[in-house]
Design a protein around this ligand. Structure first.
Ligand SMILES: C[S@@+](CC[C@H](N)C(=O)[O-])C[C@H]1O[C@@H](n2cnc3c(N)ncnc32)[C@H](O)[C@@H]1O
Length: 447
């Protein structure tokens, strides 16, 4: 596709946003890049925050609804590949909006018209504008029939690849439908109030003054039922709050940290749980992540929260290679929020489902075990390790824990939440899916 985002279209038009979102969709689905990575491309750096928000919303929706949109597109085009490839992605982007199950964002005639205008603005796509027009009009005429015909395709029906759906059917035989629908849709905006800078009550009052609906949940969590950009959240820039899912907020308190403890946060980026740990106690904390770029986000986040104290060391390093970061002094507590498939956080990262392959689950589980073996070796006798994955697959949860216990029979499994399945927004915000296990290393006994 011609990536002429500086085309002559008015920059705040839907047509311009559709073109930019079609680029994002192509990069994700054709090139296998993550949405967050593509969204940081220079080509998408728009001066107008409203246009950027529109492009992000359309891109995320198109990726989320790819299963249905692709099946419908295949039917509309008789399975013929569209050339150039960008034409297919532009059409798939508009169909992604048109098939959205939760809301009709744009009137049918607006979406058809703006998609045609978008195609017309690009030399390479102009010859296809008639076909685009015909396909979209037919979609609206035959929507119900197209939906019911595509229902036989698991990816269209459930919005996740067939291997994913089948895996969940096997692992959650009674609840897989609820899990899939809770994993769909938009994520709620849940915040964690930084108790070193603000109280939940003071934050609720600040929201009221700004006309924002806000509801206190457990602990330091507050839900904004009508999401707004972080720039509109009172005190955000001053570190009064962080965006963090309700289930993710359970991690730090589970480690039961106290002032002066020596703590390792082994896979810390972007630092959501690091910040929470430091809000709870004055720690001697080492935070690692293998990804240098993501490590920068950790220091930005901690600086915003006012938590970059002398007791905090941030290091870009491979947690599996302790000779590069360990000084030989064991840790009282370790947070092992290990890399995983992310199958529990697909509302926040709708691209995950299409980018992962079924074989990735076992590969991730191997990596997780390797990291756990190393981290266990640097834990003090009597210390606690908290294993966290944002996955709902057994290999990254219960089976991983069972394998770990087999390799380290001395480990004591402390009471833990275990598998927390994602929950859809209903009267409350719902939450992401996670697996939590707390493991204690027995204290040394005197001979
Ligand atoms: C689930 S994320 C961590 C989220 C983070 N704890 C938070 O709450 O914001 C997993 C992280 O593990 C990092 N990672 C992957 N392999 C690693 C390794 N070998 N050593 C250290 N970090 C690693 C990834 O870069 C990623 O940032």
């Amino acid at each position: 596709m011609t990536r002429d985002i500086n085309h002559p279209l008015p920059h705040d038009s839907l047509a311009a946003s559709l073109l930019a979102a079609a680029y994002v969709l192509e990069q994700v689905m054709d090139r296998g890049r993550s949405l967050s990575d593509v969204m940081s491309d220079g080509i998408l750096t728009m001066a107008d925050p409203a246009q950027r928000a529109a492009v992000q919303d359309i891109s995320y929706t198109a990726v989320r609804n790819w299963g249905r949109a692709y099946a419908v597109l295949t039917e509309l085009t008789g399975g013929r590949p569209l050339k150039p490839i960008g034409m297919g992605y532009l059409l798939a982007t508009s169909l992604g909006l048109a098939v959205d199950p939760t809301e009709e964002r744009y009137e049918a005639h607006t979406l058809v018209n703006q998609t045609v205008v978008a195609a017309d603005s690009q030399v390479a796509l102009r010859p296809g504008k008639g076909l685009i027009n015909a396909c979209l009009r037919r979609f609206y005429r035959e929507k119900d029939a197209l939906f019911s015909r595509s229902d036989s395709d698991l990816a269209a029906r459930w919005g996740f690849p067939a291997w994913w759906v089948k895996k969940l059917q096997k692992e959650q035989p009674s609840g897989w439908r609820e899990v899939l629908s809770a994993s769909y849709g938009q994520p709620p905006l849940v915040l964690r109030v930084n108790r070193r800078r603000c109280t939940v009550d003071a934050f609720l009052q600040a929201c009221e003054r700004e006309g924002l609906e806000a509801r206190a949940l457990d602990g330091q969590a507050v839900w904004l039922p009508k999401p707004v950009p972080v720039s509109r959240i009172p005190g955000f820039a001053d570190g009064h709050v962080s965006v963090q899912d309700l289930t993710a907020q359970r991690a730090a308190p589970l480690l039961d940290v106290r002032d002066g403890m020596r703590v390792l946060d082994a896979c810390c980026a972007p630092g959501g749980k690091t910040g929470h740990l430091l809000e709870l106690a004055d720690l001697d904390l080492l935070a690692l992540d293998v990804d240098v770029k993501r490590m920068q986000r950790v220091s930005d986040n901690l600086r915003r929260l006012g938590l970059l104290s002398s007791g905090v060391t941030l290091k870009a390093a491979d947690a599996a290679a302790p000779d590069t970061w360990w000084d030989g002094k064991p840790f009282d507590a370790i947070l092992a929020d290990v890399p995983c498939t992310g199958s529990g956080v697909t509302r926040r990262h709708p691209d995950i489902r299409w980018l992962r392959r079924s074989g990735d689950v076992a590969a991730m589980s191997q990596l997780q075990m390797k990291l756990l073996d190393v981290l266990w070796s640097v834990l003090k006798p009597g210390g606690t390790l908290l294993l966290v994955t944002c996955s709902i697959f057994g290999e990254e949860g219960e089976h991983l824990l069972a394998r770990f216990m087999g390799r380290h029979p001395e480990a004591v499994a402390l009471p833990s939440p275990g598998l927390v399945l994602p929950q859809a927004q209903h009267n409350g915000p719902g939450h992401d899916g996670f697996f939590y296990a707390r493991l204690q290393k027995p204290p040394l006994t005197q001979a």
